[in-house]
Ligand binder design. Structure first.
Ligand code: SF4
Ligand code: SF4
Length: 286
């Protein structure tokens, strides 16, 4: 009897812990608090919930955790990030992407068909655009990739295709409450970003396998840019967004990528979105 009571207490306690953990009410589970670690789950973002805050003071405290690729994954690039950043650097997109050259960007380097373009890192593990100690700020802040702008929000396709706030950001749940309009905007922007990143998977798979096995990454990059129809003979000065979208629309699987994140699969929608998210692509301000 005594034993049964004891066990049900434990189960009751455990169920409460799990329920609170799922509801996000706990600042970590009992075990996590006991061992002094934070195991709060990343949180589904909705209207009325607290958002995250990232300000220069906080960046000093967190030491730009999200820009440290030793500790935190990587910063993936979509085609429009590549075009914008290469303009900014005064390089042709292929030079920006060329691993053997300036090395601003690397492909994943693994012999995998799920190739993704990402920013290269410095010897200290930080993104090559992070200025490091003591401010840890981003040297290209205005032109940073869309995924950097979205962080700590991201879409988790495997988890109900939902918008999540990533708990590893120290600004997690420290911001003000999010309105319905903000939640919608965040949701759409992160979905769009996820879809555009997946376009870099759509390089020609046969070419990709051949180049990766021979470690000829430059060829992969050229193939990618050929598909985008982006000239790589010199720095791109003016960008016709409609033309770029037009060129990649039927070959790069945009429709499938948008469908996966439940966004409209309309060419005009993509053009309008890119124009809004990349205003400096339409001006000479590079
Ligand atoms: S581009 Fe800027 S914000 Fe993005 S990872 Fe690099 S330093 Fe950080
Ligand atoms: S998004 Fe979060 S982890 Fe990244 S710099 Fe801002 S506070 Fe730090």
């Amino acid at each position: 009897m005594c034993m049964r009571l004891f066990r049900s207490d434990i189960y009751g306690f455990w169920e409460r812990e799990v329920r609170n953990w799922k509801l996000g009410k706990r600042k970590g589970s009992f075990a996590a608090r006991f061992f002094g670690i934070d195991d709060r789950p990343s949180k589904v973002v909705g209207a009325g919930g607290r958002g995250a805050v990232c300000d220069p003071k906080r960046v000093r405290v967190c030491r730009a955790f999200c820009c440290n690729f030793e500790k935190f994954g990587f910063a993936p690039l979509n085609p429009f990030d590549v075009i914008l950043l290469s303009r900014r650097m005064g390089l042709a997109p292929v030079e920006f992407l060329d691993e053997n050259g300036v090395s601003y960007c690397l492909s994943s380097g693994e012999c995998s068909v799920s190739e993704v373009f990402k920013l290269a890192k410095q010897a200290n593990g930080y993104c090559m655009f992070n200025v490091g100690n003591p401010t840890y700020t981003c040297d290209i802040y205005k032109y940073r990739p869309l995924e950097c702008k979205n962080y700590p929000y991201s879409i988790n396709i495997a988890y109900l295709n939902s918008l999540l706030m990533v708990k590893t950001c120290p600004g997690f749940e420290r911001g003000r409450r999010i309105s319905l309009e903000e939640a919608k905007e965040l949701n759409e922007r992160t979905r769009f970003s996820t879809a555009m990143i997946s376009l870099s998977f759509n390089v020609d798979k046969a070419v990709l396998r051949r180049c990766l096995s021979a470690k000829r990454f430059g060829e992969v990059h050229r193939n990618f840019l050929d598909r985008l129809g982006v000239p790589y003979a010199g720095p791109v000065s003016t960008i016709d967004i409609e033309e770029v979208v037009d060129r990649i629309y039927d070959t790069a699987g945009i429709r499938e990528a948008l469908a996966e994140v439940e966004l409209p699969q309309d060419k005009n929608y993509v053009v309008e979105k890119v124009k809004r998210l990349y205003p400096s692509l339409q001006t000479d301000d590079n």
